[in-house]
Each structure stands twice: as C-alpha cells, then as structure tokens.
Design a protein around this ligand. Structure first.
Ligand code: HEC
Ligand code: HEC
Length: 235
C-alpha cells in the first residue's frame, strides 16, 4: 500500500514538474525577479511591497514580512481572493525568481522574537477598539469603516498591514510600534486564531458581549415558554 502511494506521488510530482521543462528553453537567461515584480505585482502590492492603501478590493496587502518563498509561490499558483493566478502566465523559473526577490529584498520585517503576553497587552491597547477582543472583527460594523475578522488572515499579512495601514486602518510606524512589538501582536493574533477550548460551545468566538446577548435571548425565550405553559398552552 505505502509503496503504491509512493509511486503515485512520484508520478504526480513528475507530471507537475513538466511545464518547467516545456516553458524554459535551455539557453534563456535567468529571469529577473525584480523586473517581473515591477511589471506584474507592484500595481497591487506597491513598488517596495508596502501594499496599496486603497478602499478598492483589488488592493493587495503589504508583503513586508513574507519570509517564506512557499507562501509567494502558493499565492501565485492559486491567486487568493482578488489576486489573479499566475500559474499559466509565468514559468516556474520566473515564479521562483519573484519569490526570491520578495522574500530576500522586500521582506524587511523580522518575525521571530515576539512575546505572547506583550502581544496581548499591545493588541488590547491598539487593535481591540476596532477588531474586537477575539480578533473576529466587526466592532464598528454599523459605521462606514468595517474592520474585518483576522481569524483567517495570514500572519505575514497581519504584520505588514499593521506597519503600513490599509484603507481606513491607520498605519503604525516604527515610532509607535517596533518590529518586535508588531511581532508580539502577530503572536497574539495567531493564538486567538486557534484559541484553546475550555469546553462548551465556542459560539463562534464572538466574545463576551455576544455571549451575554445570547444568554439574554435564551432567558426571554424561557420566560416566553413559561408564560405560555402557565396560560395552558393556548397562546
Ligand atoms: C490585482 C491585484 C494583485 C496582483 C496583480 C497581485 N496580487 Fe498578490 N494579492 C492580492 C490580494 C488582494 C491578496 C490578498 C488575498 C487574500 O485576501 O487572501 C494578495 C495576496 C498575496 C500574497 C499572500 C500573502 C499571504 O501571506 O497570505 C502574496 C505572497 C502575493 N499576493 C504575492 C504576489 C506576487 C508575487 C504578485 C506578482 C506575481 C502578486 N501578488 C500580484 C492582489 C494582487
Ligand atoms: C481605527 C480602527 C482600526 C484599528 C485601530 C486597527 N485596525 Fe486593522 N483594519 C481596520 C479596517 C477598517 C480594516 C479594513 C481595511 C480594508 O480592507 O480596506 C483593517 C484591516 C486589517 C487587516 C487586514 C485584514 C485582511 O484580511 O485583509 C489586518 C491584518 C489588521 N487590520 C490588523 C490590525 C491590527 C493587528 C491592529 C492593531 C495593531 C489593527 N488592525 C488596528 C481598522 C482598524
């Protein structure tokens, strides 16, 4: 069984690797990641990877903390959300060159020294008012600014967006938050994306207000039912 799986994977890998051989003639010069980035990516992610601060949905997030080439390759292959797919536009070698350029030249924010407790304090101070205590967003949902849930946002994007801002969200320059402090906030967001579960229903992690609200609704329903029973169940 395992052996068959192994050969199956090897075969798939072989098939998957084919375009690399087809698209690149042996004598073509090595692709220039910076050039391709300027032509294909800068309009949405900014010329220095700082992101584009615009309310249009096409605006790409900052790439300042994207250190993993696999993240860049995956984004180009898949085309998440409003980003176009580049799988049929760029060759494998060209995508590798862009991934190297992004992770080595544009990713200027180090991400490996944060502390969870500090992150919690900083988050409550700077982010809580808009994104809510459980990072599920929506605190200002009834105004024209609508802070999104961060429950599925990738961590490099969190770091980049905090540094440069995005649309109505203000930027937090180094004078306000150091790289290390942003890193701590990212750790906290990561923690809250997968909070330890103490049992019971998580109620979608909407936080104390919503949970209290659900309790009130339940109470009124119970009172209603009791009244109805008392009346003999005839309404
Ligand atoms: C039309 C605008 C647009 C273009 C052009 C574009 N992107 Fe994107 N990109 C986006 C958007 C929007 C997202 C956020 C998707 C989401 O919300 O998941 C994104 C996400 C990404 C991410 C994911 C970051 C993460 O950690 O999740 C990477 C990496 C990325 N883009 C790299 C690139 C590269 C490299 C190019 C050029 C080859 C490129 N993008 C071209 C709009 C664009
Ligand atoms: C004044 C309110 C406000 C504050 C304070 C604020 N944000 Fe935001 N944030 C927003 C709004 C509004 C957006 C949506 C921007 C857009 O999409 O145009 C946003 C977007 C984001 C995004 C992008 C989410 C995505 O998936 O595209 C991240 C990440 C983020 N905020 C993290 C943070 C963190 C971390 C903090 C604390 C350091 C913070 N924000 C502070 C209002 C705020």
């Amino acid at each position: 069984m395992l052996v068959r799986l192994f050969w199956g994977f090897l075969f798939l890998f072989y098939i998957g690797a084919q375009p690399a051989f087809c698209q690149q003639p042996a004598d073509s010069p090595a692709p220039d990641g910076q050039d391709i980035y300027a032509q294909r990516c800068a309009e949405c992610h900014g010329s220095r990877g700082q992101g584009v601060s615009a309310t249009i949905s096409m605006a790409g997030p900052p790439l300042l903390a994207v250190h993993d080439p696999a993240t860049v390759l995956t984004a180009m292959e898949v085309g998440p959300s409003h980003m176009p797919r580049f799988a049929f536009v760029l060759s494998i070698d060209q995508m590798r060159a862009v991934a190297a350029y992004v992770t080595q030249q544009l990713a200027v924010m180090p991400m490996n020294q944060g502390s969870l407790p500090d992150g919690g304090k900083l988050y409550r101070l700077y982010c809580n008012p808009c994104h809510g205590p459980t990072v599920r967003g929506g605190v200002l949902a009834f105004t024209d600014v609508n802070p999104p849930s961060l429950a599925n946002t990738s961590l490099p994007v969190v770091a980049g967006v905090v540094r440069t801002g995005l649309g109505p969200m203000p930027p937090f320059p180094p004078q306000v938050l150091s790289d290390k402090q942003i890193d701590s906030i990212v750790k906290y967001v990561q923690f809250m994306q997968h909070p330890p579960n103490a049992g019971g229903s998580p109620l979608g992690y909407f936080g104390p207000v919503a949970e209290g609200f659900i309790a009130w609704v339940a109470l009124f329903v119970i009172i209603g039912v009791c009244t109805w029973i008392e009346k003999g169940g005839k309404g």
